[in-house]
Design a protein around this ligand. Structure first.
Ligand code: F6R
Length: 365
């Protein structure tokens, strides 16, 4: 059932090219057609949206943060992202034209369901992004966009996350298209990027031997710091969560620009700093943050765009990632971080698929 893999998590990491293809199937338009996303909302409904609230927990919340970036950039609708456990109790302000998006792989997370219910009771329209057809979230929401990741058995979420990112990209494109805020070149670039993603993800799997070397070198570290900016900031959070939950090593993710406001005090020669630096609008800023980290002896493990030598002099090790549209980088840059957490956990003898204290779906508060 693990198809030759040692763990479900490893299998599910390697299944991502297929999971992405399945999720994108029939949802990418040919040429000038509009995005064929199957939603029960009319174009007038989508044009009438005044704001979007996204609620989720854990890894799905990280997807929500990337979703905020994409939806705001492409459709100019203001998006708030909240932890479901906070949102449900803070008497959220729902104005006319609010769409609530609940992101939940299982469709059974108690806090997310309750937050969705709370918003609906206050008049929001509701949309679930979910991996399980027929789950409570899909029955409770007015509309559902399914991720087609296939069953995810490993407790740590992997392919469910990257497929959530793909669906959020499509949704952001759709909103931008209907609301007339989407630049045609940008649309064409992102659609082309989505088409090429499964093949790029396939290439990412070849990075595993290099990641294994990182894991061997750093498996005994007490802490890790993950840094990113823009759409890769949530990926820094996600990388840190993956490491924490399966290897029990303390890790934090931060927006790189926030480093100097506190976390920089942690940096010394024992701290691995995993840096996400795709060649995008944030690159120069991230580079200068990393130079500061290196000046304090931080050990930088960098993920950069193929051919980018900007960190060669200061990083301990650099992994080159295929060039993609910068707003699709989150999907690609997630994979090495999943593999890093996986291999560190295996080397430390942890139960990767069933980490201590965690359940696959959290149906109680
Ligand atoms: C982390 C992880 C959890 C879930 C969270 C929400 O790897 O799996 O953080 O993402 O419990 O679960 P869903 O998406 O099922 O609502």
């Amino acid at each position: 059932e693990k198809g030759g893999y040692k763990h479900f998590m490893q299998k599910e990491i390697f299944e991502q090219p297929q999971a992405l293809s399945n999720t994108l199937l029939n949802r990418l338009p040919l040429d000038a057609e509009s995005i064929p996303l199957d939603l029960p909302f009319s174009d007038a409904d989508l044009r009438g949206l005044s704001r979007i609230h996204i609620v989720a927990c854990g890894t799905s919340w990280h997807a929500g943060l990337v979703g905020k970036f994409l939806i705001e950039q492409l459709s100019r609708v203001a998006v708030e992202v909240d932890y479901a456990s906070e949102y449900r109790y803070r008497e959220p302000v729902i104005q006319p034209g609010t769409l609530l998006i609940g992101i939940t792989q299982s469709g059974e997370t108690a806090d997310t369901l309750a937050a969705m219910k709370e918003a609906a009771a206050r008049g929001a329209r509701t949309l679930a992004i979910c991996n399980v057809m027929g789950s409570t979230a899909t029955r409770q929401a007015e509309a559902t966009l399914l991720t087609h990741a296939g069953p995810e058995i490993g407790v740590a979420s992997t392919k469910a996350f990257t497929t959530q990112l793909a669906v959020l990209t499509l949704l952001a494109l759709k909103l931008g298209e209907v609301r007339g805020t989407l630049d045609p070149d940008l649309k064409a670039g992102l659609l082309q990027g989505l088409r090429e993603l499964p093949a790029h993800l396939e290439r990412m799997n070849a990075l595993e031997p290099r990641i294994l070397q990182w894991a061997q070198r750093w498996k005994d570290a007490d802490d890790f710091l993950y840094l990113g900016r823009g759409p890769c900031y949530p990926i820094a959070l996600e990388g840190a969560l993956k490491l924490k939950e399966i290897s029990y090593i303390h890790a934090e993710g931060y927006p790189a620009g926030e480093m100097k406001h506190g976390p920089i005090a942690l940096i010394d020669k024992n701290l691995p700093v995993v840096a996400l630096m795709p060649h995008d609008a944030h690159r120069e800023k991230t580079l200068s943050n990393l130079q500061e980290a290196a000046a304090r002896d931080g050990r930088i493990l960098a993920l950069v765009t193929e051919g980018d030598t900007g960190l060669a002099a200061i990083a301990e090790d650099v992994l080159e990632i295929p060039a993609v549209h910068p707003w699709l980088a989150p999907i690609l840059y997630t994979v090495p971080l999943q593999l890093l957490a996986y291999h560190i956990a295996v080397l430390r003898g942890c139960d990767v698929d069933q980490p201590r204290n965690l359940a696959k779906s959290v149906t109680v508060e």
